[in-house]
Design a protein around this ligand. Structure first.
Ligand code: FEC
Length: 308
């Protein structure tokens, strides 16, 4: 009989409805309730992207697409997907218990973020492992990072090439690609966190494969805390590029994220767009990975490697 392997797909999570915003934001702040002003600001940003984020639905679709793809690519095993979220139900802990109760002995743990950081991927993995220890299973097979997957690099290469193809030939030289990922507190550097290097490597690989020479890297969506965060911030980088008046087309590639959600639809599509248009530039933001087959294959390859 076929073994059923658990596929613990972990992601950030998003408020499903307005009432979820306060508990969600409180969970992000490690149980400290944000100020009324901060809550109002976050509520306003969700309103600006249409009331809620598409993240919940996209995460679900990604997990299901991955399960189907794996069941085609790997005969002799049955993959069963389970969603575990960081800051809203279904929480990682409850999901791990459910996998165990379903009688599954092994689960590959995949985080829907390409680059490893102690602050991001590791905190998901720690919670999964602790929950599995508590319930006496399943055995967790963690994936540390998957940013080097060839199909992931191919995905962004294809997106850039498709975007460039929409720009009139004589203006293609006046295009610049902005690669960005979520900023993290600068204190991660003290422990030699590989996150900045992994993000840089991804940008270099995509730029090389796509054959582009004009590109920059920047951090986005930094938290509004007293801590210093990794910089330069994307808005500062773009403002300076605007002042040089060299470029006409600005192609935003948020390579640290894997789907459309608040950080992309608001921070990029509204804040960055507004800035670009304020100096007469044209804003471009290729499709995010979502359920693109190349992207799903990249994830599937990472899962299969973790099993072998
Ligand atoms: O609803 C949505 O579509 C939002 C999805 C969302 C994603 C996301 C990804 C990452 N974050 C990371 C780190 C931090 C750190 C803080 C922080 C704060 C927020 C807030 C919201 C939020 N994050 Fe997030 N993040 C998303 C949403 N994030 C909302 C709180 C309000 C705000 O600041 O905008 C700072 C915590 C603090 O205040 O002390 C740190 C990282 C990622 C990418 C990796 C991953 O997906 O896990 C890292 C999606």
């Amino acid at each position: 009989e076929n073994e059923t392997v658990g596929l613990l797909v972990m992601a950030y999570g998003t408020p499903y409805q307005k009432e979820d915003i306060v508990p969600y934001y409180t969970a992000i702040r490690h149980g400290r309730r944000p100020s009324d002003e901060q809550i109002a600001d976050l509520t306003r940003r969700y309103e600006r992207i249409g009331g809620s984020s598409p993240l919940a639905e996209l995460t679900r679709q990604q997990a299901l697409a991955l399960e189907s793809r794996l069941n085609v690519r790997r005969k002799g095993l049955t993959f069963k997907t389970y969603l575990g979220l960081k800051y809203i139900h279904p929480f990682i802990e409850d999901t791990v218990k459910r996998i165990h109760n379903d009688g599954i002995d092994r689960a590959v743990a995949l985080v829907l973020a390409p680059h490893y950081s102690r602050f991001s991927v590791q905190s998901y993995a720690d919670r999964a492992r602790a929950a599995a220890e508590k319930s006496g299973g399943p055995k967790i097979l963690p994936i540390e990072s998957w940013y080097r997957e060839a199909d992931f690099i191919r995905f962004w290469t294809k997106q850039i090439q498709q975007t460039l193809a929409l720009i009139p030939k004589p203006e293609q030289d006046q295009s610049i690609v902005i690669f960005s990922a979520h900023s993290l507190p600068e204190k991660i550097l003290k422990n030699g966190d590989p996150y900045p290097d992994q993000v840089a490597e991804t940008a270099e690989s995509v730029a090389k494969e796509a054959g582009i020479i004009h590109y920059v890297r920047a951090w986005q969506s930094a938290g509004k805390t007293r801590d210093p965060w990794l910089g330069p911030d994307v808005l500062n980088v773009v403002r300076k590029l605007g002042e040089t008046q060299v470029y006409k087309h600005f192609i935003f590639c948020p390579i640290g994220f894997v789907s459309e959600h608040l950080e992309v639809l608001y921070d990029n599509d509204q804040e960055c767009r507004q800035l670009v248009e304020s100096f007469g530039g044209t804003y471009h933001r290729p499709q995010m990975p979502d359920t693109d087959p190349l992207f799903i294959d990249a994830l599937a390859s990472a899962v299969l490697k973790a099993l072998d």
